[in-house]
Design a protein around this ligand. Sequence first.
Ligand code: ID4
Ligand code: ZN
Length: 263
Amino acid sequence: NLSACSSKLAFMHPMWQEPLAIPGGDRQSPIDIVVRKSVFDPQLRPLKVQYDPRTCQQIWNNGYSFLVEYDDTTDKSTVKGGPLEDQFRLCQFHFHWGENNAWGSEHSIDRRLFPAELHLVHWNSDKYSLFEEAVIEENGLAVIAVFLKIGKRHEGLQKLVDALPAVRHKDSLVEFTKFDPSCLLPENIDDYWTYAGSLTTPPLTEAVTWIVMKRHIEVSHDQLAVFRSLLFTSAEEQVQRSMVNNFRVQQAVKGRTVRSSFT
Ligand SMILES: NS(=O)(=O)c1c(F)c(F)c(-n2cc(CC3CCCCC3)nn2)c(F)c1F
Ligand SMILES: [Zn+2]
């Protein structure tokens, strides 16, 4: 059962050494979302997502995940509404996944883990002029999280899967264009949980408004297996390490309220 697996997770080697001092430390991510403790907020509006596939530029392996990066010099691919007061520009999306299908997501719903989790990273272009600026501000980023389940093949994802062998090693980069990330969103994006959190990778800054989708998407076993063929290590390193279990350990909720857009 999953509880046994999650306790086993505790003994797994986390992807990186957790820093001793964390900035602030009272709104860290990821967390377990306890559904019965979430609070319905009728003032949460529908999310407005507008992505232009022409802003898609490249994929690179940063040694934590593979990032699909977008041109964020104009407001062509944006998210607003929902819990957001401002407009946020898409800068990249990436995933977190496990060594098998029993775990891999960063967030969980009532302790239920998923085999993988998609993060669409946006920064507040109403208040800041660069991602690097926004990443240290408390209302700087908005990340949309979508859980992945194993099931039927995801046709839209296949173009991305086919490009992954070209970025197998850390620091490799390949041109990747005309990809519309809205194909990775569930049909219904009106049902989500939202809470104040942080980046789950360094610099772990407490800059993120998290928007966690209630509905998951399906990808095939073979598609997810290609994610696991990536490497944490660069081509020069002697010992190659498979890029798997690239999720952070879950953090204390510390009195935060998780709001839901649905009852
Ligand atoms: N899991 S997450 O929380 O959705 C998540 C994010 F939100 C991120 F912003 C990043 N992120 C990290 C950098 C390096 C920057 C290098 C310049 C200084 C700022 C960090 N680029 N994007 C990231 F890697 C990630 F995993
Ligand atoms: Zn992430």
